[in-house]
Design a protein around this ligand. Sequence first.
Ligand code: NAD
Ligand code: MG
Length: 392
Amino acid sequence: MVGAVPVTVSVLGATGSIGKSAAAVIGANKDRYRVEAVAGGSNPQELARVARQLGARFAAIFDQAAYPALKEALAGSGITAAAGAGAVCEAAARPADRVVAAITGIAGLAPTCAALAQGSTVALANKEAMVSAGAAVLKLAASHGATILPLDSEHNSLFQAMGGAPMSTVARLTLTASGGPFRLWSAEAIAGATLAEALKHPNFAMGSKITIDSATMMNKGLELIEAQHLFGLPEERIDVLVHPQQMIHGLVTFTDGSVNAGLAVPDMRVPMAHCLAWPERCDSATPALDLIRIGRLDFEAPDETRFPALRLAREAMRANGAVPTVLNAANEVAVAAFLNSRIGFADIVKIVETVMIMPAMADLPAPASVEDAVSIDSEARLRAGEVLSRLS
Ligand code: NAD
Ligand code: MG
């Protein structure tokens, strides 16, 4: 914060779980932040409520049909209403000091890129954009002088634990994982898990897509790929450690054997506050970490047999082509089908693997541009749809 000039913030995915964390941190630091734009998917009343609460200037909803309802809900507020994919990108591209990229899935890729193309500092929660088009997104950011701050809690804590040390001094990075609701379940029980069981995350209340990804542990797989891009380390130097309490979010092992751990209460307002204030600090409105009350921290090795999504993500990282893009697309299709009760829990990863190993997919080169990634994503979605219709 420079003097009394507020930091301007735009929030993409403002009606979601991460959007609520952004609103809470902004609300706890009212003099520090001013909201430029908010964007959401399909709930005009909720978007209008958030826009009014935050005093945004511009509110964009993806669903064109929701425009009249958004306009009506914003009547008299002075907030401009807009609708459609272009409007969401416009919200992202309006001048702002920080853009929170928290739209779920590949739908967040174009808006994230629109913000980066303005040279903005993007707080990135939308891991699917990085998984699908990592190299192209980084290239775009570099060519516009934009900065990407990791908002995903593990990557945020790694970034902080690194303390600006050169990557040449980092030997390994470790992402912790809660293990999800099925951490202690047998493979047979996991295969028969219901939607309600899969939606019960032990530590976090999150959007439905990432909650299912946490149950399959594909979330950690996506995060491995995200870390590979954000920190530029090869697959074999990034680990997963199951840590059910999720008080440690990431560990940085340096070449001399020193290890820095990033600790915080498992609450997305903490990395949100870090990303909004960086390189300064602000109030995250969260309770203090109380290690005496917690008493103990437990650790387990990840199990790639019961959670094959981890193995698939590692295969995608090693394949070094378009496989991460394909994995992400097939996973989005499969998770949506599971959420609609069209397939069983075990089918999610089965669909991803089937699409990943199709020669037409496995042999594609890595996407050289964001447009490339989008076209590979569409192709992989078609293939996943075919596999899905055979299964359901
Ligand atoms: P969510 O489902 O609660 O919210 C998603 C938001 O995106 C909503 O505001 C929705 O309206 C909006 N949206 C969806 N499609 C859109 C579109 N086409 N255009 C504009 N807006 C659209 O999800 P979430 O849990 O907040 O997660 C958001 C992202 O952050 C995901 O990529 C997730 O992996 C990542 N993330 C979430 C958490 C968490 O704790 N929730 C933690 C780390 C990373
Ligand atoms: Mg995470």
